[in-house]
Design a protein around this ligand. Structure first.
Ligand code: ADP
Ligand code: MG
Length: 168
């Protein structure tokens, strides 16, 4: 963590915290997900490390860009690009009922389809697609993120594995 300066906490989930930081190396802002792994079973620890491997294996304009990861003081840290526009659920709520244009929705929809194609081509299932896990960059691009419960498909994963559908 010495390479990064903490700016503020921007999210908290079951996993731990999402922290906005500034890199001392390049001066850019990044988001670090801090996952407490010391109290976990070794199986859970492996799952957390898998999120890192899944994210690191992807590179696409519509997927949150992974930078690096490290383990320190019982925590796993995942460094990724900061999406300045926040998540899509926050964006929807800030509209206060004002509808987005059809053109805007289609534009986002196509970008998410492109991201999913990239994910599925690598035999990975995201399993948690929802507005809270879709992020907006400052130039209006949308990016799929939060691969926390993603699964790598193998020959045994032939049945339905998914979280309850939540539509926002
Ligand atoms: P979880 O859903 O497991 O709590 P997320 O990765 O979805 O973890 O992060 C939680 C929240 O933190 C997001 O909904 C978002 O508000 C914020 N966040 C996470 N990553 C980023 C990012 N790269 N850029 C901007 N905000 C982020
Ligand atoms: Mg999430």
């Amino acid at each position: 963590m010495d390479k990064y300066e903490k700016v503020k906490k921007i999210g908290e989930g079951s996993f731990g915290k999402a922290i906005l930081v500034k890199s001392k190396d390049d001066g850019h802002q990044y988001v670090i997900k801090e996952i407490g792994i010391s109290g976990m079973s070794s199986k859970e620890r492996q799952e957390s490390r898998k999120e890192v491997a899944v994210l690191a294996s992807m590179s696409h304009p519509n997927i949150v860009q992974y930078k690096e990861s490290f383990e320190e003081g019982g925590c796993l840290y995942i460094v990724m690009d900061y999406c300045e526009g926040g998540d899509l659920l926050k964006k929807i709520n800030s509209q206060k009922g004002v509808l987005f244009s059809e053109e805007q929705i289609l534009d986002w929809f196509v970008q998410i389809c492109l991201a999913l194609k990239h994910v599925h081509d690598r035999k990975i299932l995201h399993r948690d697609i929802k507005s809270q896990n879709i992020f907006l960059t400052k130039d209006g691009t949308v990016q799929l993120g939060d691969f926390g419960i993603a699964r790598v498909l193998n020959r045994y994963a032939h049945c339905c594995l998914n979280s309850p559908a939540v539509f926002h």
